[in-house]
Design a protein around this ligand. Structure first.
Ligand code: GDP
Length: 297
């Protein structure tokens, strides 16, 4: 990941304050204008930008920052803290069921990285918790989707429950859960169908799977490279399914950062993981404070 443009512009905006013993309201206004433009250019949601700028300005004006020692440094600190807050403050762990299996339902548009992320997550659980996950192949619309999941799972040595493409996905999930029960799997990861766009039929199907499976976690996978479209997708899925968390994929290819900075504030749902590459090990817990530091460079 490299939010080069954003990092450079934020640094430039704040560099101008450095070396000033005293920062005037005018200086602050100019800095805030540049920060606002930097965020908009990075494709951050307009309302998020507005709220962010207001928060930073209010804090800078309020706490005698302008008159205090090192005003520039204090403003950098405020920007850092507010970026962190905008992205959710704290890392939010995966929801876990008190009794096995913990059921994780993966949802998202086609191509967002759902199947890849399902595999990455299964591997992470295996490696970090010695878990024995079972994956369920619930995308019956593309034969290639099942094949892809089977391949991903084989690469990380995780079993897949599948009934091909001729059985209703809700029924597949029902039987898959029964198998997990029988085999005492501690996690079940359900891969579901994606589409190129949100449509009602898909949402109804996902809602039916949700009603049957009562997942502990509904993880929405969105592609960071699509910027504000990722945010709109997140709103669409969340409105229908009340997701519990977001996985932001392809951050390694994202050069702007708008999705990372907007999704939490717009949807109220935490980004739980970030995908930063195509390898099965390229999945990390999302830490808002670390991301803020990376953005500020
Ligand atoms: P699905 O249709 O949502 O199941 O998407 P896939 O899992 O098939 O992923 C679509 C493409 O995105 C594949 O080529 C993946 O290798 C790629 N991909 C997924 N996650 C990431 C990521 O974090 N970084 C990069 N660079 N590629 C990713």
């Amino acid at each position: 990941m490299a939010f080069e443009g954003l990092t450079e512009r934020l640094q430039n905006a704040m560099r101008k304050l450095r070396g000033k013993g005293k920062v005037s309201e005018n200086d602050l206004r100019e800095t805030m204008r540049e920060i606002r433009l930097a965020l908009l250019e990075a494709d951050v949601n307009f309302t998020v930008v507005k709220d962010f700028v207001k928060q930073v300005r209010d804090r800078a004006m309020g706490a005698d920052v302008l008159e205090g020692l090192n005003p520039a440094q204090q403003i950098v600190k405020i920007v850092d803290e507010e970026l962190t807050k905008t992205m959710g403050d704290e890392a939010v762990p995966l929801n876990k069921s008190e009794k096995i299996p913990t059921i994780i339902m993966m949802v998202g548009l086609q191509g967002a990285g759902k199947t890849t992320t399902a595999g990455k997550l299964a591997l992470k659980l295996k490696n970090e918790e010695n878990a024995r996950p079972l994956m369920i192949a619930g995308d019956v619309y593309r034969p290639a989707a099942i094949e892809q999941l089977v391949q991903v799972a084989a690469g990380i040595d995780v079993p897949v429950f599948q009934l091909g493409t001729d059985v209703d996905p809700v029924e597949i999930v029902r039987q898959g859960l029964a198998q997990a029960e029988e085999n005492h799997n501690d996690y079940v990861i359900i891969d579901t169908a994606g589409r190129l766009q949100i449509d009602e039929q898909l949402m109804d199907e996902l809602a039916n799977i949700k009603d049957l499976a009562h997942p502990d976690e509904i993880l929405l996978t969105v592609d960071a490279m699509t910027g504000q479209n990722a945010v709109a997708t997140a709103e669409g899925f969340n409105g229908k399914l009340d997701v519990t968390g977001v996985v932001l994929t392809k951050l390694d290819g994202d050069t702007r950062g708008g999705a990372a900075l907007s999704i939490r504030a717009v949807t109220g749902k935490p980004i739980k993981f970030i995908g930063q590459g195509e390898k099965m090990t390229d999945l990390d817990v999302f830490h808002p404070d670390r991301m803020a530091s990376r953005i500020l460079g």
